[in-house]
Write a protein that binds this ligand. Sequence first.
Ligand SMILES: [Zn+2]
Ligand SMILES: [Zn+2]
Ligand SMILES: [Zn+2]
Length: 166
Amino acid sequence: MPLTEEAFTALVDAGCAGCTSKKLTVETYVAQRLPLLGGELYGSPSWAYRGEELVAGTFRIGCEGCARDLFRATACPRCDAPDGVARALEAENAFPLPVSCASCGSEQVTVTAYVPATVVYEGKRAAKARTQTAPEDPGFHAFRAECKQCRTVAERRSPCPLCARA
Ligand SMILES: [Zn+2]
Ligand SMILES: [Zn+2]
Ligand SMILES: [Zn+2]
């Protein structure tokens, strides 16, 4: 079962029952926007998710103090397929990063991808999300490309962009 916002808030508010640490690591799948030029990263990626999407994508909440799991999900956060988290983390990107726009030929395209990210919480206070996952790494899953010039969008919703279930 994915976490509800109430359950998420209750977990981070309570902290760790084992060592009473308030510092928790949230592992989640969230969207990131990547500016591309000719299919290569051009500039800094930026986060593209709302709070409720961070909660919906959460597959682990762990204690920073004693490393115990306070929450762990194995089903895909997007389609609920069994073992979807493991498949998403292991699979390579299946949405090729476009070298240019199919409509106008511009090489400036913005891609949106799901990436695994960690967010450190101390009570209600959340640090900035961080990811180690780049387009060439397993676990990176692009699903949308938008041309910066003409705004033409290519998007894939099926199969599931995270776990590839049809
Ligand atoms: Zn602990
Ligand atoms: Zn275009
Ligand atoms: Zn899925």
